[in-house]
Design a protein around this ligand. Structure first.
Ligand SMILES: [Ca+2]
Ligand SMILES: [Ca+2]
Ligand SMILES: [Ca+2]
Ligand SMILES: [Ca+2]
Length: 506
């Protein structure tokens, strides 16, 4: 669980840079500022309210604790949490009590505000607390938006958040870090027909200390939709425990899209992702540098059939099935119950030949799979030669997972597998660029004014245009308007995109 602060900050910045462009301006809570809200010299740390740190924008009332604000709210209200650390009774174990209200920071899409608006659960093994407990049938109109949730500990299920009993809130733009559970889900637990929408969240440094799902565990007919999330450095610790980042159990049919899962560790199966008696779906996920004993990237167990489409699964480590493993129950129970996995349009290191497929299990190896180095802009690496099961193990250093335009993962995916609601990649760029989707969470988006393809529009591109200036011919490179002549309108286009820089160059 070691990670330099620099790396975490880079990840957070990268993730939140993505977040900035994920929503149209009209969705950015514009016009919500109150006369009693004041940011001094643009420093969010000095944002305060006069009568308490909570402000209900619907009733214009202020409160001392989050729970007090929720208890006095009505459907549709928006409760704004002031910058600062919120702890103690009333600011943890928060219960929406079925209310369809939004609880958010002053600017959920500003990473500095999110990092500075903290629910500090202050939990411990002797004094268990988590951030939120949804258990009253909340639906997607119960919203937690743009908060940091940390220091949850001591609970068996859900270090940061528990969704239970048909409770399916929306959790978005949150930083969920440094939470522990004794059993299932260091971060978010969902069980018993609970299907939260978890979007644009960062999970880092959470652990199920003796259990399942370092970041997220879905259990018992619960199928969360997990989109645009970054999960790094989470763990399902202890022998016999599974799902370093995500664990799906008993019809935990989660859908993950555009997620980056890296540097997570499980004590037993599924360093990144683990399915038990479940049929989850992973689309456009980048799963690199995770570790476990079986299935370092993804594992399938007991009549599961996880489907992986448009994913990158590489650089994971395990004694058995470094990238993927299909494990028959006979290994543990002495009774044979097989399992499946379906893989198509994925880049899997070692291909199907390197997969562990136990007797009677079925690896459905579909069309479009490749085994080629994605050429990440900055590859991650294992920080020493020791494996996770060795003493003195140190872990995976997460890199920059963006794809350069000449990556073999560019334009190698299946467009028809992308859910209709998903129009953006993890950067917030268009999900399908150049007519065909890329593999992994990133789409490599180029700009036509970048004539030499080096990822930036600058004088080198201007030189190409100058060379073709006022020429009339077919196929001129700088004829952006495609009218057979390089002229003012083409120059205007280049000038408009001047200093444009590709995400993979940043
Ligand atoms: Ca593409
Ligand atoms: Ca991108
Ligand atoms: Ca260029
Ligand atoms: Ca032209």
């Amino acid at each position: 669980m070691r990670r330099t602060l620099w790396t975490i900050l880079c990840l957070i910045n990268a993730g939140w840079a993505c977040a900035q462009t994920l929503y149209a301006p009209g969705e950015r809570h514009s016009g919500m500022q109150s006369p009693i809200y004041a940011a001094v010299d643009g420093n969010p740390a000095q944002t305060t309210y006069e009568k308490g740190p909570l402000w209900n924008t619907g009733s214009n009332r202020q409160y001392q604790t989050i729970q007090a604000a929720i208890d006095d709210s009505n459907a549709g209200d928006v409760i704004v949490v002031a910058i600062g650390s919120h702890s103690g009774p009333g600011n943890r174990d928060i219960d929406f009590k079925g209310r369809a209200v939004t609880l958010r920071s002053v600017e959920p899409l500003d990473p500095l505000v999110v990092a500075a608006t903290v629910i500090d659960c202050g939990g411990s093994n002797t004094d268990p607390h988590r951030g939120f407990f949804f258990h009253t049938g909340e639906d997607a109109n119960a919203v937690v938006d743009g908060l940091t949730i940390t220091n949850g500990a001591g609970c068996y299920d859900g270090g940061a958040v528990k969704c239970w009993n048909h409770s399916s809130p929306t959790i978005r733009n949150c930083l969920i870090t440094g939470n522990l559970s004794g059993g299932r889900a260091g971060g978010i637990f969902c069980a018993h027909y609970s299907n939260p929408a978890i979007t644009n969240c960062i999970f880092t440094g959470n652990a199920a200390t003796t259990g399942y799902g370092g970041a997220i565990c879905c259990f018992d007919n619960s199928s969360p939709t997990i989109t645009d999330c970054i999960m790094t450095d989470n763990g399902a610790m202890g022998s016999g425990h599974h799902g370093g980042a995500v664990y799906c159990h008993d019809a935990g049919n989660a859908t993950l899209v555009n997620c980056f899962i890296s540097g997570n560790t499980a004590g037993h199966r599924g360093g990144g992702f683990s399915a038990y008696w479940s049929d989850p779906t992973l689309i456009n996920c980048t799963i690199v540098g995770n570790a476990s004993l079986e299935g370092g990237g993804v594992s399938s167990f007991r009549q599961s059939n996880p489907t992986l489409v448009n994913c990158i699964i590489r650089e994971n480590r395990a004694l058995d099935g470094p990238q993927i493993a299909l494990i028959n129950t006979i290994r543990i129970w002495g009774v044979s119950i097989p399992t499946e996995m379906t893989v198509l349009f994925c880049d899997v290191q070692g291909g199907s030949a390197a997969a562990t497929v136990d007797a009677s299990c079925t690896l459905n190896w579909g069309q479009g799979n490749i085994d080629l180095d994605p050429q990440f802009v900055e590859p991650g690496y294992w920080s020493d030669a020791n494996a996770p099961w060795d003493a003195n193990y140190s872990d995976y250093v997460v890199g920059d997972f963006h794809l350069p335009p000449d990556s073999p993962c560019v334009n190698a995916g299946d467009n028809t597998s992308i859910p209709a609601a998903v129009t953006r990649d993890l950067d917030g760029e268009q999900r399908v660029f150049a007519e065909r989707v890329d593999l992994g969470a990133d789409e490599a988006v180029a700009e036509i004014a970048d004539l030499n393809g080096d990822g930036v529009v600058d004088f080198l591109d201007l030189a190409v245009l100058a060379d073709e200036w006022l020429k009339n011919a077919a196929g001129l490179r700088a004829d952006f308007s495609e009218n057979g002549r390089v002229e003012l309108s083409d120059y205007t286009h280049l000038a408009r995109w001047w200093k444009w820089t590709a995400k993979w160059r940043r």
